[in-house]
Write a protein that binds this ligand. Structure first.
Ligand SMILES: Cc1cc2nc3c(=O)[nH]c(=O)nc-3n(C[C@H](O)[C@H](O)[C@H](O)COP(=O)(O)OP(=O)(O)OC[C@H]3O[C@@H](n4cnc5c(N)ncnc54)[C@H](O)[C@@H]3O)c2cc1C
Length: 562
């Protein structure tokens, strides 16, 4: 059932076995998993079914260095479906090495292993509509595929791992009918949770408070509470809930809000191959677009002390008309039609002089057959198709590519979010983000590139040229990778070094859980959503098992004040 908080009376109190805060990919996956479980589930969602300007404005905040991090109301969507209303759908699981303690990666190590999540990945893949949970070429395809870089036989790198693409599935839209039909689930829209209320001993959540932007307040009592309201927002809510714990809930040791990671990513250099290479998509049986990447093997990460990093063959920088591609020039000239979140890394907001713009226009005219073909492809395979072609692929006639890399960031306690002095329209302190990268991040990417250049030369497939002096500039050119909000409420065994335990339960609070990328202790090469969903499904299974354990004194009475 879907209800609007605007239709509930002022002061109304709702009760449930499980209350999930947030209806993004993570919260909705848990709710869907709990349908038919026999548990009475309540999901509180701040937004409505569509974009609403005043609701989205609740996400605004402060950023310490705007060249390093996007504004906080960008790369996040406050509405049913959360950021899956705009995401790219690139999906792959975290690798086993991501969970290990690595002596060269400070603060690394999860208290659980990849094997703890393996049972949940197939369902996570299904929910994302990313096809079967098969992430190598050999597993995913019955017939052999052409090699990505013929002759590149390397002991350091692989080219057979895949990223699979979701439709991209908007979870709110795709699963709405299931939410409406579920008998044991109530989704309350426009319910912004503004406070998590603990008992005086700070051991149990007694009550949540939710508000609408029209001034209505509702109360919620639940046996188990899960904060699934996004990688930054769940941390903000815990930091701001201070009536019993003066530094915020789960923050007895000043860990909450620290270790903020996104990814570091960039495009660099020129790879001249001697033969044609394959940088397009393979299509799996069920229609899923899959793409191969260059990945550094786990044993080589350990030997060369690099983080987990992958790279893709990429087109030249679009702002430079020297590429001669009508398609890329057209994308530059049409930049005002590309949403901020995607334009940022495509054209970087760069405004070129008139002369350069004319050169782009000349490219479009001279390369018009390709440009027209590309427009048709965009219309057919992206705008009209149910499963959208994931990205721009430009074939290079001269076998010339740049390298696009996506790298793990070191967990760093100085990279953090805190509460600002400003408040939003509901009275909640806004967030202040101070995202940082480390020398270790720069060195790790530098070693990866150096090793790759060596292997490309040694295998005789071509030549990779880049200026090592530009690595730091390129990996931070657009700042933190947008939309990946990782690590601010990390998982661990001790409250001295972490916020949640291996079951995602906030240390010391019997019935409060966190779901989402905030609990990841490390960031991997992988985009976070698939792993966040798998972890949330594991949590849902845990809550099912715990269903009979009811905190003493729980009051399940619902209703309005008389
Ligand atoms: C442009 C873009 C592209 C991306 N591409 C990819 C990709 O290709 N692959 C990938 O893995 N990831 C990608 N991501 C990241 C991905 O979208 C997120 O990791 C994922 O959506 C996070 O899901 P979530 O449920 O944890 O959080 P969210 O999607 O942020 O959902 C949180 C929900 O909680 C609600 N909420 C917030 N505060 C409250 C409150 N106080 N009370 C009640 N409800 C609240 C919000 O309205 C929202 O619905 C991308 C993100 C962006 C922005």
């Amino acid at each position: 059932m879907i209800i609007d908080a605007f239709d509930l009376p002022e002061g109304h109190v709702l009760a449930a076995d499980v209350c999930i805060v947030g209806g993004g990919a993570v919260g909705l996956s848990m709710a869907l998993h709990l349908i038919g479980s026999g548990l009475d589930v309540l999901l509180l969602e701040a937004g409505g079914l569509d974009v609403e300007t005043d609701t989205q404005a609740l996400y605004r905040g402060e950023v310490a260095d705007e060249t390093m991090h996007s504004p906080l109301d960008r790369y996040r969507e406050r509405r049913l479906g959360g950021s899956t209303t705009t995401w790219g759908g690139r999906s792959m699981p975290f690798d086993p090495i991501d969970f290990e303690v690595r002596d060269y990666m400070p603060h690394s190590g999860w208290p659980i292993g990849r094997e703890d999540l393996d049972p949940y990945f197939p369902e996570a893949n299904r929910l994302c509509e990313a096809g079967r949970f098969l992430y190598t070429v050999e597993e995913a395809f019955d017939t052999p595929r052409q090699p990505m870089m013929p002759g590149f036989d390397s002991a350091i790198f692989t080219t057979n791992t895949l990223e699979r693409f979701s439709c991209p599935t908007d979870f709110g839209r795709r699963y709405r009918h299931k939410l409406e039909a579920a008998r044991n689930l109530r989704v309350i829209l426009h319910a912004n949770v503004t406070a998590v209320g603990l008992n005086p001993e700070a051991t149990v959540v007694e009550r949540l408070t939710a508000r609408t932007l029209k001034g209505r307040q509702i109360g919620i009592r639940a046996r188990q509470v899960v904060l699934a309201n996004g990688g930054l927002e769940s941390t903000r809510l815990l930091l701001a809930s201070r009536d019993v714990m003066d530094k915020g809930i789960g923050n007895g040791h000043d860990i909450l809000g620290r270790y903020y990671m996104c990814h570091v990513a960039g495009t660099i250099g020129a790879i001249q191959f001697n033969r044609p290479v394959w940088n397009g998509y393979d299509i799996a049986d069920e229609g899923t677009y899959c793409r191969r990447r260059i990945a550094i093997r786990p044993d080589m990460q350990r030997r060369h002390r690099t983080g987990n990093i992958i790279a893709r063959l990429h087109h030249p920088r679009i702002t430079d008309p020297g590429h001669g591609s009508g398609v890329l020039s057209m994308l530059y000239l049409a930049r005002m039609f590309i949403p901020y979140e995607y334009g940022k890394r495509l054209h970087g907001g760069v405004k070129l002089g008139l002369g350069t713009q004319v050169r782009h226009a000349v490219n479009v005219v001279l390369d018009s057959p390709n440009t027209i073909g590309f427009l048709w492809h965009l219309l057919r395979d992206r705008r009209l198709a149910e499963r959208k072609f994931p990205s721009i692929i430009v074939r290079s006639k001269r076998h010339l590519h740049s390298l696009d890399f996506h790298a793990e960031q070191e967990p760093n306690p100085e990279s953090r979010v805190t509460l600002s002095d400003q408040r939003d329209a509901l009275g909640l302190p806004r967030l202040r983000v101070d995202w940082r990268y480390t020398r270790g991040d720069v060195e790790s990417v530098s070693r990866f590139l150096e090793l790759l250049a060596g292997e490309i030369a040694a295998t005789g497939v071509g030549r990779f040229e880049y200026d090592p002096e530009t690595v730091e500039r390129e990996m931070t050119r657009y700042g933190a990778y947008g939309g990946h909000h990782i690590g601010t409420a990390r998982m661990g065994v001790s409250p001295r070094t972490s916020v949640v335990d291996p079951d995602c339960r906030v240390h010391g609070i019997a019935n409060l859980y966190l779901a989402g990328p905030a609990v990841f202790p490390t960031s991997s090469q992988a985009n976070p959503t698939l792993t966040a969903i798998a972890l949330s499904l594991r949590l849902a299974a845990h809550l099912r098992r715990r269903a009979s354990a009811r905190p003493a004194g729980f009051d399940a009475t619902e209703g309005s004040p008389s």
